[in-house]
Ligand binder design. Structure first.
Ligand code: ADP
Ligand code: MG
Length: 439
């Protein structure tokens, strides 16, 4: 392999990087062209491996670039399957389907299998006469002679091999080996990155599904508790208040003089009325019945007015979009607004709040702005142990479950703006329904 050879017409690649390639202008120019081809190829491969995360896109680019540089050769990329432990072709060029489907190797088996096992490249002038080759029948039918197999390594693991072959016996040089080795190392890392990326994307998708399930079942559970509170607890409390009222009247009619007894009855009665109204408020918070009666935007507006009004906060409405999204979207946006309004009540010390709901292109944009004390958004990077951050997190999560997103902009002493954007996929033709006017 180290043997020095004269530059030959049949083997242009072999001159790349050779220091003794002669002094003639012709040879110099040729060499300059080859070095430039080499650089172009390496930069193309770098761009593909760093800019893309999808193996189906990366592998063909790397293979085709490598083969075009190697000048009229055949080849392919074989990857090790994690489950079966077998090495098989993922992409190939110039090889028959029979060859690429039947050439499946265990690590250690055949030339490519040895490369995968040892992590060291193998260069052969003629594989068809090599005793280590596996499936010589396939190799002979394919007419492969010269053969190079390069490991695709990521850290200490070999993930597969890059094979380059030729239909005639030829000599691959140390320059070829260096070039292919560089490509192999780059590709190995790219494959590992692509796989990590894929695992991350899958994990994120699973997490999304769980989060979605949690939010949906939370909503179901809230509905159930609200129904039970309404049908059972509320009715019983009303009954109890009536009974106490009757008792008070009977005591009066019977001329009971014991004033402490009467006072106790009256206290029990007003306590019952109080509990009953607390339960009604609980029901209203658990289940946005406002949505059913008013529709999305008027319900948000009413919620803001009834909660912020008593605190002396002015609520302004900039624009309202008449729209009837599907229930999932409606409930999601309403809960999102409840989160934003809750934060204003709890943290903002605002005097004025403006709520707007507009259509921007194909998105519904709901925005809630306050002129309160604001906060440093970059401080809230996750959910703290105290639970701080959980509100904003679930507001964001709700929006991404609807295919949209949520942003919060704020600075200390400069108020806060939270915005929800949801893609409009529902029909808005019937948006001007009867509910919109009643807000
Ligand atoms: N409208 C707002 N005005 C001022 N500060 C806010 C506002 N909204 C959120 N914040 C700040 O962001 C933090 C995180 O909010 P959130 O995730 O809802 O958690 P929590 O309300 O439980 O603290 C709050 O603790 C508060 O400091
Ligand atoms: Mg909060």
């Amino acid at each position: 392999m180290q043997e020095k050879r004269e530059n030959s017409k049949e083997d242009p690649v072999s001159t790349i990087g050779l220091s003794d390639s002669g002094g003639s202008a012709h040879v110099m120019a040729k060499r300059a062209r080859e070095v430039s081809d080499y650089l172009v190829a390496v930069s193309r491969i770098s761009a593909a491996t760093s800019g893309l995360t999808d193996l189906n896109a990366i592998l063909p680019i790397v293979l085709n670039t490598t083969l075009s540089l190697m000048d009229g050769v055949v080849g392919g990329i074989m990857l090790l399957d994690n489950e079966t432990g077998m090495l098989s072709y993922c992409v190939h060029h110039g090889l028959s389907d029979k060859y690429t489907t039947e050439m499946r190797l265990r690590p250690g088996e055949g030339v490519a299998g040895q490369v995968a096992q040892s992590g060291r490249p193998i260069l052969l002038d003629d594989i068809s006469s090599n005793p280590n080759a596996a499936r010589l029948d396939l190799i002979t039918t394919e007419g492969i002679k010269a053969f190079v197999s390069i490991p695709l390594r990521a850290r200490d693991n070999v993930l597969g091999v890059l094979n380059v072959g030729s239909h005639r016996a030829r000599h691959f040089t140390t320059e070829d080996l260096h070039l292919l080795g560089t490509i192999g190392d780059q590709l190995g890392i790219a494959i590992e990155h692509a796989r990590l990326y894929e695992r991350l994307a899958k994990a994120r998708e699973r997490y999304r599904q769980v989060a979605r399930q949690v939010l949906l079942s939370q909503e179901e559970e809230r509905k159930r508790v609200a129904r039970e509170l309404h049908d059972e607890t509320s009715q019983s409390l009303t009954g109890l208040a009536l009974t106490l009222q009757v008792l008070i009247q009977s005591a009066e009619a019977a001329g009971v003089r014991e004033s402490e007894f009467k006072a106790t009855l009256e206290r029990a009665h007003s306590l019952t009325v109080q509990i009953s109204s607390d339960v009604s408020r609980l029901i209203a918070n658990l289940r946005p019945t406002l949505l059913d009666t008013l529709g999305l935007f008027p319900a948000i507006r009413r919620y803001a007015e009834t909660n912020l009004g008593p605190l002396g906060v002015n609520v302004y409405v900039e624009a309202e979009e008449a729209t009837s999204p599907p229930e999932e979207v409606e409930v999601g946006l309403f809960r999102w607004a409840q989160g934003a309004i809750g934060n204003i009540m709890q943290h903002s010390e605002a005097r004025n709040v403006t709520i707007s709901c507009k259509r921007e292109d194909d998105e519904l944009v709901l925005r809630i702005r306050d002129d309160g004390r604001g906060f440093n958004v970059s401080e809230i990077t996750g959910v703290e142990e105290t639970g701080r951050g959980a509100g904003l997190f679930s507001m964001k999560e709700r929006m991404s479950l609807l295919g949209g997103h949520c942003t919060a902009e704020s600075r200390p002493r400069h108020g806060t703006v939270v915005t929800a954007r949801v893609p409009i996929f529902w029909s808005t033709a019937d948006a001007k329904d009867t509910r919109t006017g009643s807000g």
